[in-house]
Design a protein around this ligand. Structure first.
Ligand code: DGY
Length: 337
């Protein structure tokens, strides 16, 4: 049976997810993730009715120029700073993301980075693998900083921030947070989290986890001035987005010992990583994998596929993509999701 809609998928996805798409639409799937130029993206999108894209695909106004065919962009990720949402909305193109399904897995990973950075796990493993454990280790070698009983700070208290906070109970930590808007009291109680000013958060946190979305206002929300306010024994964890931290300033703080350690999953200009960070033993670095458990990546891919099919009028949610970022195009409330 010939299919009336064509869809481009900018990277390989799980076979069962692709099969769920192929039931309804003509598919073209790239066999690897690549950073494409705006011209390349323009050409790909001109030929299809819908696309599944990821963080490395920057869907800007120039990429959409003159496109009269495209109806939906389904983003693989909850963060969507790779999409120019106003431009998509102005062009009448539906945009979707993948919230909720990754909340718990991403919160787990914040803890993995916090614990690894605080207790020097990566550095110790590199040392061991290099065959340097030959006896003669001192009792005061490999000293890290404790996590239990300390103060956990969270900058950005959306779904993932709250999930990070809930995990602190078992570590007997005090939780403080800063967010543009304060959480309802009941949620604060449930998360055992206290709202504080950003300056207090910086000063008081023993472990500071960044979970805020990227925006022009949040660019370098943690720069040299903010790092200077933190304790020299503190650990910084960034699972949010590259660009929220000034990576060069962070590398300087870690090198000079004004900050104890960092766990970083996201970087300015990734996949490039500031060479100064790569050299530091007190930085635990990973390639943007906070949501990468098998179950969660599969759920994200399926949600992106469900969003896309619904936008094109197929499947159980036909006409109602489950996580639509510009509902005003379908007569719903516009703005924040
Ligand atoms: C997200 O979902 O925003 C993750 O960071 C993957 O991009």
């Amino acid at each position: 049976m010939s299919k009336s809609h064509s869809v481009w998928v900018s990277r390989p996805l799980f076979p069962e997810v692709l099969a769920s798409l192929a039931r309804y639409v003509e598919l073209s799937v790239e066999n690897k993730e690549t950073k494409r130029t705006p011209e390349q993206l323009h050409e790909k999108l001109a030929a299809v009715d819908g696309a599944i894209v990821g963080l490395s695909d920057r869907i800007e106004a120039s990429v959409l120029a003159g496109n009269r065919r495209l109806r939906v962009i389904a983003n693989l990720g909850v963060g969507y700073n790779n999409l120019d949402l106003p431009a998509l909305t102005a062009a009448g193109i539906l945009a979707t993301n993948t919230p909720d399904v990754l909340t718990q897995t991403t919160a787990d990973y914040a803890w993995a980075l916090m614990l690894a950075a605080a207790r020097r796990v990566s550095s110790a493993e590199r040392w061991l693998r290099a065959g340097r454990w030959r006896g003669g280790m001192r009792f005061d070698d490999w000293l890290g900083v404790d996590v239990h009983g300390k103060t956990l700070g969270i900058l950005g208290m959306g779904r993932i921030g709250q999930a990070v906070a809930r995990r602190a109970v078992g570590f007997d930590m005090r939780v403080i947070y800063h967010n543009r808007s304060r959480l309802p009291e009941a949620t604060e109680r449930e998360c055992r989290a206290e709202w504080v000013e950003k300056a207090d958060l910086l000063k008081r946190s023993d472990h500071l986890v960044l979970v805020l979305p990227y925006s022009a206002q949040n660019h370098h929300a943690i720069g040299a001035a903010e790092l200077a306010q933190m304790k020299p024994t503190a650990v910084l964890v960034n699972i949010a987005r590259g660009g929220i931290v000034d990576d060069a300033a962070l590398a300087a703080a870690l090198r000079e010992g004004t900050l104890a350690a960092a766990g970083l999953d996201v970087f300015e200009g990734e996949p490039s990583v500031n060479p100064a960070l790569r050299e530091l033993e007190n930085a635990v670095l990973s390639p943007h994998i906070a949501s990468a458990s098998a179950d969660t990546r599969r759920a994200m891919a399926q949600l992106a596929a469900d969003n896309l099919l619904a936008a094109l009028g197929y499947g159980p949610n036909a006409g109602h993509p489950p996580s639509l970022l510009n509902p005003q195009l379908l007569g719903g409330q516009g703005g924040e999701t």
